[in-house]
Design a protein around this ligand. Structure first.
Ligand SMILES: Nc1ncnc2c1ncn2[C@@H]1O[C@H](COP(=O)(O)OP(=O)(O)OP(=O)(O)O)[C@@H](O)[C@H]1O
Ligand SMILES: [Mg+2]
Length: 311
């Protein structure tokens, strides 16, 4: 039985953007992340993927709900020391490797930031040795340490961002669209580096993405978000083979197919939330239709889905 590293319980992140507007960016989502897995998170722009990631690592204080990391609540009152401990275990890699690296800092200082904050090196020499080691780990080299971010390509900058995250030896990394800003030819290299690092270090990833084919390639399980809610969660291959929520179906129907003939004749579906016709007070929640395959639905929809389920 896989070990739960993170448990997210009814997490809500609402933003008050001036009365009467309340943006329910994340509106009551629950899921687990198992140690060593990659959980992909997909959904259209603005559905709350980044906010979910940021709330998990407490870049925001959650409006409601809990995030348990190894059984301990990340939110709630915490001492500076406890917060530092979480910060070390959970790191983030960002979409834009241009904006997320300080242009005035050398690569060595960027990578060593976490080492300095957490006092992980006993001497200047040890600090530099660690930086050299990290550069090598991400496929760069020693000579890069004294250079500045603008001297690197997008893919190399993302490698620097990965080295910075790895510097504090985290257990969990949130990668928020880490390859979306890169050339297609570079994307696979960065994804493969992430996979390699996961194998070597037993890392756990939350991989936020737009590109549904890449997310399938990297993820063990995939969660689909729609307007602040998680609407489906399943092992990656199951989700692609047997999507159950109409929103997931429409999302998958938009992926171009490799065969031009099937591509020409296939049907794209669009999602209409009105298809559900829920009665007032009807409880809509994540329900396990088949083992490990969860769908956001009512009891009535659940019964129907179970009857039709193709194993
Ligand atoms: N700090 C904030 N203050 C107010 N509203 C916010 C804030 N951050 C996000 N939002 C809003 O919350 C919603 C979800 O945003 P979020 O960035 O999480 O979406 P996303 O799924 O990551 O989108 P994208 O694919 O474009 O990155 C959006 O409506 C966004 O405008
Ligand atoms: Mg985002």
């Amino acid at each position: 039985m896989a070990e739960k590293l993170i448990e997210i319980r009814n997490l809500k992140q609402h933003f008050n953007v001036g009365r009467p507007n309340l943006v329910k960016a994340v509106d009551g989502i629950s899921f687990d992340i198992y140690r060593g897995e990659t959980l992909g998170l997909v959904g259209e722009s603005g559905c709350g993927k980044s906010t979910t990631g940021r709330s998990i690592i407490r870049l925001y204080d959650a409006t409601d709900g809990e995030v348990l990391f190894e059984g301990e609540n990340v939110h709630g009152t915490k001492s500076t020391k406890e917060l530092k401990k979480f910060n070390r275990k959970m790191q983030m890699i960002f979409q834009d490797p241009y904006a997320s690296l300080n242009p005035r800092m050398t690569v060595a200082d960027i990578i060593a930031e976490g080492i300095d904050i957490h006092g992980l090196a006993n001497s200047k020499q040890e600090r530099m040795e660690r930086v050299y080691e990290l550069l090598e780990t991400v496929g760069l080299n020693k000579e890069h340490a004294s250079r500045y971010p603008h001297e690197f390509s997008g893919g190399q900058r993302q490698r620097i961002g990965i080295a910075r995250a790895l510097a504090v030896e985290p257990e969990f990394i949130i990668a928020d669209e880490p390859i979306s800003a890169l050339d297609v030819s570079i994307q696979a290299q960065v994804v493969n580096l992430m996979k390699q690092l996961q194998r070597d270090k037993g890392l756990t990833y939350l991989f936020i993405a737009h590109d549904l084919s890449m997310v399938k390639y990297i993820s063990d399980r995939i969660g689909v978000m729609y307007y602040g809610k998680l609407v489906e969660l399943a092992p990656a291959d199951v989700l692609y083979k047997n999507p159950l929520h109409p929103y997931t179906q429409s999302l998958l129907s938009a992926i171009p197919l490799p065969d031009p003939e099937t591509e020409r004749t296939r049907r794209r579906t669009s999602y209409d939330p009105d298809v559900h016709e829920y009665a007032d007070g009807e409880e809509v929640q994540m329900r396990e239709v088949s083992k490990g395959h969860f769908v956001y639905c009512s009891e009535k929809e659940f019964q129907k889905l179970q009857k039709q389920y193709k194993n």
